[in-house]
Ligand binder design. Structure first.
Ligand code: ADP
Length: 289
């Protein structure tokens, strides 16, 4: 994958500057622009929990039908950034943002935007699989009914379970409790549950951190398959996982004042093989974090 380097400011760019906006010209070389359309655009995002600034001035684009990984040391704001993408932090009373997050041109935090609809279109899968204490079928059907998704519920359940690579495992025990499934199966069930309400984007917050290596690889294969149809953003503390699955990778870091900063954003190959920022290089070579 090639990043449009003509838009980046380079140290030896002595000739005429390209015809880009001032904003683009001012962008640091470590933040690349994506190829193709962006589904979500984050602009100058600063996020606070009360008086604590968790993220400072983050700007990046989330490319359509690609996997974008957010990596960085613990506490640098990866989950906070992910949660800003579907207003998941609305439930945290002290939380507020400055800047903008737009989804397909709509200001997600704008007046009249329904956060429930935001979370239907931009679904989330959590670190620990969290199926409801209900049957496998009910887990997937639940959101379909609540959101009034049109169509035959049984067919939607089957389609979602197939898309989550779980149908073969569970088709003959749909009425059994979801809690009896293995951890990896439960996580795929949660992915099926997210898919059933017809999302556009799927956010995944360390979806494999509680799984064994085989279950992890299954989820990674599934993510690659899903990226043919969906836009995926994943938080991972596992750099190898980012290198294996992600098309683009964002590296965040905590500054001395503890605010999270986006240090570098590139296609994954560039980020891991030719990082532009010394801090990225130090992190991916294991010098800290
Ligand atoms: P990461 O995902 O990179 O580990 P987080 O986004 O979870 O980082 O956290 C970033 C910072 O925000 C941390 O200092 C964390 O303690 C703080 N934080 C996260 N959630 C909350 C919350 N609900 N209330 C207050 N502070 C929070």
């Amino acid at each position: 994958m090639v990043v449009d380097v003509s838009r980046r400011r380079t140290a030896d760019a002595g000739a005429e500057p390209p015809l880009t906006s001032l904003r683009e010209r001012a962008a640091p070389a470590a933040i690349a622009r994506i190829e193709g359309p962006a589904v979500i655009e984050v602009e100058d995002l600063t996020a606070y929990y009360g008086g604590f600034r968790a993220l400072d001035d983050v700007s990046l684009q989330v490319p359509e039908r690609q996997i974008t990984a957010l990596i960085g040391p613990s506490g640098c704001g990866k989950s906070t950034l992910l949660r800003c993408l579907n207003r998941m932090n609305d439930l945290v009373k002290t939380f507020r943002i400055e800047g903008r997050v737009t989804y397909r041109g709509i200001d997600l935090y704008g007046k009249g935007v329904d956060p429930v609809e935001v979370r239907r279109r931009i679904g989330m899968v959590f670190q620990k699989p969290n199926p409801f204490p209900k049957s496998i079928y009910e887990n997937v059907a639940f959101g379909v009914k609540v959101n009034g998704i049109k169509g035959n519920v049984g067919e939607i359940v089957e389609r979602s379970l197939r898309a989550a690579a779980l149908w073969e495992d569970v088709h003959d025990k749909l009425d059994q409790s979801a809690l009896a499934l293995s951890g990896g199966q439960q996580q795929r069930l949660c992915i099926a549950r997210a898919l059933a309400v017809e999302p556009d984007v799927i956010l995944m917050d360390e979806p494999c951190s509680s799984l064994d290596p085989i279950a992890t690889l299954k989820i990674e294969d599934l993510m690659r398959e899903l990226a043919k149809e969906y836009t995926i953003v994943i938080v991972t503390h596992n750099m190898q996982q980012a290198a294996r699955v992600a098309d683009y990778t964002a590296f965040l870091m905590m500054r001395p004042d503890r605010a999270g900063e986006l240090v570098e954003f590139h296609d994954t190959d560039t980020l891991f093989t030719m990082p532009r920022d010394k801090r990225t290089e130090d992190y991916i070579t294991g010098r800290f974090g």
